[in-house]
Design a protein around this ligand. Structure first.
Ligand code: NDP
Length: 448
């Protein structure tokens, strides 16, 4: 990852010009384009067919008004988004994010990354992403329901099991998927489980989907460690966030013999040197929907660091699982100095370009999100398979499939990095491997 090849530089400049102010989208595009120089030398047809220019332009972008009423009857207006980025490999697939920071640039960065991530899974899914600037924090169940119903009242017309299949992301879990599924069913008069993933287990959901992103990211790190003749056994780990991805990352780390000593939310950090009590975290976050600082009420030996920086806590394995750009260049340098040997990204684009540079130069095992967190969407695709076959698989069977998919993704990224002369560089491996499959399908489909 040095610079953009001169044959591609003009395309990047065009992306900047056509998408002003969308900094996260620019960052995600640059990271991929920086890796493609050697690819277009081997495949001049990609330049002739303008595959890169086409891949950077979403097939369709939908922006809509979402009006809803709170419990006091006051009217609120939010903005809804669905960016259907690329359908070369299958129906658009990617989550919905509800967070006040959401704007078009965030949804486009996520949708762009999703194209290559979905390609890496080896499953037939295209890339898309959506969401809203709605903030579910502090809202009652009824308010969340009314918002979800209003959101789906517009979105439903764009969805379908062969067209576009959303799932969850930040702020969207089983509760929100349930309300959206109910509204879809009511409007269309069709019980179509294949239209959303992350559903409840009694109405079409898949076992392991809840755990999938966190488990998958940990399997990926396990493979990176194995490639270095190492393992999780006895490793001190830190995991940022305390949401869906963080919780099941911590669970799998503990199952594989590691000790996770810290997690966080947007207010602060919990440090428990005895190892985090995951049952308590699940109770606080999944059942009671409370803040992580309440951990220390019952666990007096642990520390709550308000506004703390989790990356200052020494660890051997770090797994960012909260949000984009949460590891700066300085944080990356601190991690490396404190003895971190592996970073696996549960979150999307959590490391800044400066941070990535530090990890690659230090030659630690660095697994970028589009490879490491692909287990979530892969298991969503397994949920689609079960829905299509009116089937439901056991936990063990589904988890084994997830593990095999992550082993495969790791192997493909590892081998592609070697093939392109950058052994151990999973960023290059993931970007090239994910890109080539999509590019070949686009060439095959003609100019559309
Ligand atoms: P959740 O909403 O369940 O949890 C998000 C966690 O991250 C919360 O602890 C939240 O803290 C914290 N967080 C969110 N935004 C910020 C912020 N701006 N600053 C600091 N902390 C923040 O989301 P998920 O666990 O589902 O998603 C986490 C990451 O994983 C995201 O990057 C997402 O895109 C990615 N991902 C998720 C997948 C999935 O299957 N769910 C699949 C692949 C990737 P607080 O409560 O204080 O906001």
């Amino acid at each position: 990852m040095a610079h953009v090849d001169e044959k591609i530089e003009g395309m990047y400049q065009e992306v900047l010009k056509r998408n002003p102010g969308e900094t996260e989208f620019h960052q995600a595009v640059l990271e991929v384009l920086e890796c493609l120089g050697p690819v277009v030398v081997k495949h001049p047809e990609y330049l002739e067919r303008k595959i890169i220019e086409r891949i950077c332009e979403p097939e369709r972008q939908i922006i809509f008004r979402v009006p809803w009423q709170d419990d006091k009857g006051i009217v609120h207006i939010n903005r809804g988004f669905r960016v259907e980025f690329n359908s070369s490999l299958g129906p658009y697939k990617g989550g919905l994010r509800f967070h006040p920071s959401v704007y078009l640039g965030i949804i486009k960065f996520l949708g762009f990354e999703q194209i290559f991530k979905n390609s890496l899974t080896g499953l037939p899914i295209g890339g898309g992403k959506g969401g809203s600037d709605f903030d579910p924090k502090g809202k009652s169940d009824d308010e969340v329901m009314r918002f979800c119903q209003s959101f789906m009242t517009e979105l439903y017309r764009h969805l379908g099991e062969h067209t576009d299949v959303p799932a969850g992301d930040i702020g969207v879990g089983g509760r929100e998927i349930g309300y959206m599924f109910g509204q879809y069913k009511r409007i269309t008069n069709r019980y179509e489980p294949g239209v959303l993933t992350g559903k409840g287990l009694t109405w079409g959901g898949s076992l392991v989907r809840t755990e999938a992103t966190g488990y998958g990211a940990t399997f990926f790190v396990n493979e990176m460690l194995k490639a270095r003749k190492d393992s999780f056994d006895g490793k001190i780990c830190t995991v940022s966030g305390s949401g869906n991805v963080a919780i099941y990352t911590i669970e799998k780390i503990h199952q594989l013999g590691g000790k996770c000593v810290a997690c966080s939310d947007s207010n602060g950090v919990i440090y428990d040197e005895k190892g985090l009590d995951l049952n308590l975290i699940k109770q606080l976050k999944e059942v009671e929907r409370r803040r992580i600082e309440e951990y220390v009420k019952t666990h007096k030996h642990a520390k709550y660091i308000a506004k703390g920086n989790i990356w200052e806590i020494p660890c051997q394995v770090a797994m960012p699982s909260a949000t984009q750009n949460e590891i700066s260049g300085k944080d990356a340098a601190t991690l490396v100095k404190n003895g971190c040997i592996a970073v696996g990204e549960g979150a999307n684009m959590p490391t800044t370009p400066e941070g990535i540079k530090v990890f690659l130069e230090a030659k630690i095992a660095y697994g970028p999100g589009k490879a490491a967190n692909a287990g979530g969407v892969a298991t969503s695709a397994l949920e689609m398979q079960q829905n299509a076959g009116r089937d439901s698989w056991s936990f063990e069977y589904t988890e084994k499939k997830l593990e095999d998919i992550m082993i495969n993704i790791h192997r493909n990224c590892y081998e592609t990095a070697e093939e392109y002369g950058a052994p151990g560089n999973y960023v290059l491996g993931a970007n090239i491997c994910g890109f080539i499959k999509v590019a070949n399908a686009m060439v095959a489909h003609g100019l559309i």
